[in-house]
Design a protein around this ligand. Structure first.
Ligand code: MG
Length: 448
């Protein structure tokens, strides 16, 4: 089990994520990928410059050369890894975590995030101190690359039929959350012909405007603004702009599973093929996939698993329930901009409101809870749970334990960071979802 790596890289406060730690971990990563050119980007967090310098030193010492992109969104970095045929990438960001956090998101030569399993191998190099060390006269260069934002924007422009948006000139409120979305979103929305109002669209690593996780609580200001301005929709990104959340024209928050279902509908109309999603995703996605003649494929929860499988299957689209959608034709990371533009384009093309498009998606209700449990018991509980429920429905044990019933399901997963088991149920009515949740919570409790 990886000690530091989570589902996508490492996150922590500065007491654990020190410059020394960062330097050694980057040497381990540089050793793991056997040198080559590494792209380094960061978000605007106040500790970003300090950690970037440590990271660059670590990469150079392991025989890498560094191309610094400066402050960029995560999808921009992932896009450029492939475009520039780099050996890998590092984004210094803590995504949606509070401003005193930071993190290291490593990616491979395909722009795919380093998973927990690959992270384990990097950790072994880190623990042993088994680093490649470049000789004094063979140390790589550090150069700055300033075209990344413009090149990513260009790729986004090519994916969108601007004329539909120009014709409708929708009114859109953008909440960039003082994150890296500020660098691309306002400019392109304007260019595509939207009448925009921006909130928190200045880069600021202390996140003064709102907490950078786009939850309903944190997007109150955006929801109010959409209603007050009589706008057609609101759009909000997390700190590194891989995830995006939509607000409909009535000020309603649209959960990520609903917007992902809409994106699947959009993508499968363009091309048939695979849709990759996690075992924790709503059946709305499976229903839309089936209806539109696509094939669904499930993976473990985590961006890198989505990207890897999407590449293997040449998938049309991949995504998860928290607002992260990836469009493999452009690059293999979640892209909060492309997702926003695809939805915008659809609204304008069909001349329909966002709420009515979402209302077309299959309706499911969910319920979630957690049960406290000591870390050392988690695996045993899952094993016993599988034994206990295996006749109840179809079992999927890819990640935790999911049990599928006729048109509902429940999943029990061990939290990666806390002493908890998380339980999530989905059904065609709230009452049924609550009932399933109660039943399986009781079972988990008796197994502790
Ligand atoms: Mg993120």
């Amino acid at each position: 089990m990886a000690k530091y790596f989570g589902t996508y890289g490492i996150r922590g406060k500065l007491d654990t994520l020190t410059p020394g730690f960062t330097l050694r971990m980057c040497s381990a990563f540089g050793t793991y990928i056997r040198g080559g050119r590494v792209l380094v980007g960061r978000d605007a967090r106040l500790s970003g410059t300090m950690l970037e310098h440590a990271a660059v030193a670590g990469l150079l010492s392991a025989g890498c050369e560094v191309l610094g992109l400066g402050i960029v969104p995560l999808p921009t970095l992932e896009f450029e890894i492939k475009r520039l045929s780099a050996a890998g990438g590092l984004m210094i960001t803590a995504s949606h975590n509070p401003p005193d956090w930071n993190g290291l998101k490593f990616a491979d030569k395909d722009g795919i995030g380093i998973s927990r399993e690959e992270g384990e191998r990097i950790e072994r190099i880190f623990e042993k101190g088994d680093f490649n060390t470049a000789e004094w006269n063979k140390l790589g260069k550090v150069e700055h690359y300033s075209l990344a934002l413009e090149e990513h924007a260009d790729a986004l422009r090519k994916c969108i039929e601007k004329r539909h948006i120009l014709k409708e000139a929708p009114k859109v409120v953008l909440d960039c959350g003082n994150g890296t979305a500020s660098l691309i979103a306002p400019k392109l929305f304007k260019e595509f012909g939207c009448r925009i109002t921006t909130l928190n669209a200045q880069l600021d690593g202390s996140f003064p405007g709102r907490n950078s996780e786009p939850t309903p609580q944190n997007l109150k200001g955006l929801m109010d603004a959409v209603v007050a301005l009589n706008a057609d929709m609101g759009v909000a990104w997390d700190g590194d702009a891989d995830r995006v959340i939509f607000i409909d024209e009535k000020g309603g928050y649209i959960y990520g599973d609903k917007s992902f279902a809409l994106c699947v509908d959009i993508a499968l109309r363009e091309r048939k093929g695979y849709v990759v999603t996690t075992v924790a995703t709503s059946n709305a996605v499976a229903d839309v996939t089936k209806e539109r003649g696509g094939l669904i494929e499930y993976v473990k929860v985590g961006g890198p698993y989505l990207s890897r499988r999407a590449k293997e299957l040449n998938a049309v689209i991949a995504g998860e329930e928290a607002g992260g959608v990836l469009w493999p034709a452009v690059h293999l990371g979640k892209d909060g901009f492309l997702t926003a533009f695809k939805v915008l384009e659809r609204i304008c093309k069909d001349g329909r409101s966002l709420s009515s498009l979402i209302a077309d998606m299959p309706a499911y209700y969910n319920a979630k809870t957690k049960v406290e449990c000591p870390a050392e018991k988690k695996l045993a509980i899952l094993r016993k749970f599988k034994e206990k429920v295996r006749r109840d429905g179809r079992i999927n044990d890819l990640d935790g334990m999911r049990v599928d019933f006729e048109d509902s399901w429940v999943i029990v997963r061990a939290s990666g960071t806390e002493n908890l088991m998380r339980i999530f149920a989905e059904a065609k009515s709230q009452k049924k979802a609550d009932k399933i949740l109660r039943k399986y919570k009781r079972i988990v409790e008796t197994l502790r």
